[in-house]
Ligand binder design. Structure first.
Ligand code: SF4
Length: 54
């Protein structure tokens, strides 16, 4: 993975996570992988993620 801050999935998901570290480039937890796959498949939208994190 490239630097986390330029990965749109990391920006959308990880920057709201209490375990997020800017220098952790490669680690992807199970929740991240599930949400990323659901976003890629169109099962959830970025807006729904943002709404859930309000
Ligand atoms: S990969 Fe998982 S644990 Fe790590 S910052 Fe993203 S959501 Fe949090």
């Amino acid at each position: 993975m490239t630097k986390k801050e330029i990965n749109p999935y990391v920006t959308l998901i990880c920057t709201h996570c209490e375990f997020y570290k800017e220098d952790d480039f490669d680690l992807e937890c199970a929740a991240f992988k599930v949400l990323k796959t659901m976003l890629q498949n169109g099962r959830i939208t970025p807006v729904e993620i943002k709404d859930a994190l309000k």
